[in-house]
Design a protein around this ligand. Sequence first.
Ligand SMILES: Cc1cc2nc3c(=O)[nH]c(=O)nc-3n(C[C@H](O)[C@H](O)[C@H](O)COP(=O)(O)OP(=O)(O)OC[C@H]3O[C@@H](n4cnc5c(N)ncnc54)[C@H](O)[C@@H]3O)c2cc1C
Length: 437
Amino acid sequence: MILNGSGTLYVAIIGAGPAGYYTAEAFAAKHDNVHVDIIDRLPTPYGLIRAGVAPDHQSIKNVALRYAATNEKDNVHFIGNLELGRDVSMEELQQLYDVVILATGAPKDRALGLEGEHLQGVYGSGSFVGWYNSHPDYRDLNPNLKTPTAVIIGNGNVAIDVARILAKTAQEMAETDLAPYAASEIHTSILKDIYIIGRRGPVEAAFTPKELGELNKLENCTPLFDPALLEAFEENTDLTVVQKKNLAILRDIAANKPEKDKIRLHLSFFQRPVAIEGDQSLTNILLEKTKLMPNGVEGTGHTAELKCGLLVSCIGYKASPIEGIPYDTRSGVYVSSDGHISGNLYCVGWARRGPTGTIGTNRPDGVGIADKILSEITPSGKAGRQGLDVLVQTRDLHTVSFANWKKIETAEQEATEGNAPRRKFTNIDKMIKIAES
Ligand SMILES: Cc1cc2nc3c(=O)[nH]c(=O)nc-3n(C[C@H](O)[C@H](O)[C@H](O)COP(=O)(O)OP(=O)(O)OC[C@H]3O[C@@H](n4cnc5c(N)ncnc54)[C@H](O)[C@@H]3O)c2cc1C
């Protein structure tokens, strides 16, 4: 494609996660006359591939190799440790670049909206998963694992990830990049019961069969499921392929019996938390039985108390509001028309559509936004990267190039013990020191 107008189109993508990389890849594939800078607040690229995807799912994390290849292109550059809003303003970026694309994901946990949510022992999955995945923001979360009972709210794969990471043994996690400080807490915990709690039934759950099936293969944990709930499945003649596969797995799980000395993982449905109680720390939650209604679920008024010391809510995420950028508080995304926010500002990935789909869903999203931009925006003689470099130098900011990120990556690989793929660093100053060595 030939750009209308002359000169280079300078594109700033904010966020080096899957959406940012697929968008950069699409621009680079379309022609050479585009210069793409992928900017991230962390010194490390890859967003949730590094800090969200479960540490025992290393094959999924291999998608980062594809993003690394995008960095090999002459016209694509990673700039780490540069945060929009902290180091550089939106206005400055919009003045320096022809196009600014928000690929900042949805890093904020959705709240349960219950009093007691602030108690110690209660966490959103963004922070809890970030903690065991070495995200620098959550290194010091210090969650309470000295409890026999953990409750996980939500019926998607993130809930299953959290349960599985809590339940797996040190041996099962040996070849993963689970944060060592999290490993020592988890593998010395006194957990006996883990509950995964869903407001709706097993038919409605958003688990995928691969993740659900893994629960029945854990060394030290027995998943349990009430066989009476199989009826709803069996009566339903409109099941999707995924639901049929989940049904087969749940039939197997329903045949399990609690085993002595193994963690019991209860798959509990038709319940919702209505109160989170404790003084400073969580001591118990109140669960209300629910029933399915045509437009969702309704409480039945029947409640039961469950004593627990750890609660992780896995009920979704929101984009971070940015001053001056229209934001839909209900859906938790920036307001856009097919990704166009206003002027030369666009959004893509979870920042555009919310936390849905798989990693791969971000690819067509990235291709679509690149096509849209190339049909709408022409180069206008902006300063682009040179202008940003001046700003970075004036402010004495320590940004990280892709070559310098590779130094951090190598140091993380060299810091491992045994067969772990890497030992991720959490201290940003330490990472910058390595990057600048
Ligand atoms: C716990 C968890 C497990 C998952 N597991 C899987 C899985 O197994 N398989 C699968 O297909 N999908 C999985 N997903 C979904 C997948 O991770 C997402 O589809 C994908 O990461 C979304 O990409 P994104 O680029 O929109 O956002 P992100 O990956 O969140 O990337 C956003 C980037 O923006 C950066 N950023 C944010 N704010 C700023 C700022 N102000 N300035 C500069 N940079 C900023 C962040 O540091 C981050 O690097 C999982 C998600 C979660 C939460």
